[in-house]
Design a binder for this molecule. Sequence first.
Ligand code: AMP
Length: 389
Amino acid sequence: MLNIALFGPPGAGKGTQSEYLISKYNLYYISTGDILRKEIAKRTPLGLEAEKIMSSGGLVSDEIIVQIIEKTIKNNSQASGFLFDGFPRTYVQAYILEGLMLKLNTALSSLISIELKEEESVNRLVQRGKISGRSDDNESVIRKRLNEYRTKTIPVIDFYKERGIFQAVDGSQDIKDVKKSISNIMSKELHKELFNVIIFGYPGSGRASYAKAISEKYGLENMDMSKMLKTEIANNTLLGQKIKAHYENEETVSDEIAVQLIEEKLEKSHNANGFIFKGFPRTLVQSYILDGLLKRHQSSISMVFNLDMTAIEAIQMHDNKHITDGSMNKDKSTANTIRRFKEHEKKTLHVINKYNEQYGVKKIDGTLSFDEVFNQICLEIESVFPDFE
Ligand code: AMP
């Protein structure tokens, strides 16, 4: 998981930079200020309690902050990462964040501080107050907020400097230059993370060839399930013998075998930049298994592709493929082909829909040429990881 906290005085541009970060890196955005303003608008007990303190420019109690943050994190625990804006704001809250991250088996990756001189903060906030309608954007409250920042929030910096995850950015630059500085930090952070891709598509849509090409271009370990199964059989390992029995009975392999294979490969792949999964997960159960397996490695899914085509187009491609490559006999029988297509429609489409809701699946027109499809996949990958090229 990539968890980022944006830090800086009021008016430094945290909100503006957040918009760009959440859309680009698919992070779940948590702004404690926004949540509190919503609670106030809804006139909830929590909102009413916070209202007075906020309009005077003070900090609301850590108890209130814990309640809202814990709820938001718990409701979005499947997110690929969080972006915190306006939190942690006190030394105590820094410890609270540690605890909350630990509960999710993760940690804060980086605290990015957008630095700005106090007078510049005041100028910007007074200007913003003319259009924002925020009751705390007037000069006397702004001074109080900056005083709170100086006395209670600045000490948080030491907490993160000691942990080696503090990064400063000059907030007086143009918005686009601040964005560039933050992008550079994000790129470095992403390289510390595993980049995990799943590729879906009908049988015969070319998933294996794309998985191989992606794996080679970006240094991702190729988790091609059918290839892994065949390798085990060829090496005649204990697991291979079990798999062979399944294959001979025309059954799909059990989840236990799949888990064991993936677990082994995850353990062994220390130098990979991440993983590309093909042929797994193919059921909802397997998608939860994959979440669990990746979580054990403090990781999660980064991007999901679907090679888009109709079933008829897929059957044509499937047919052509088997005429040209002379692949396994059992793959060629019509009954087996129908079984695999049915499996895909009955089970795997649900998995694709689930990922689409969770992360947004990238649809690629699978009827185009290999080069065109691969090019589009690369563009998508590089739009998030520009210096992966
Ligand atoms: P912001 O939108 O981040 O500028 O926050 C507006 C106001 O909400 C602050 O001046 C505080 O009164 C309150 N607030 C937001 N986040 C926190 C926090 N983490 N701890 C305490 N008070 C907060």
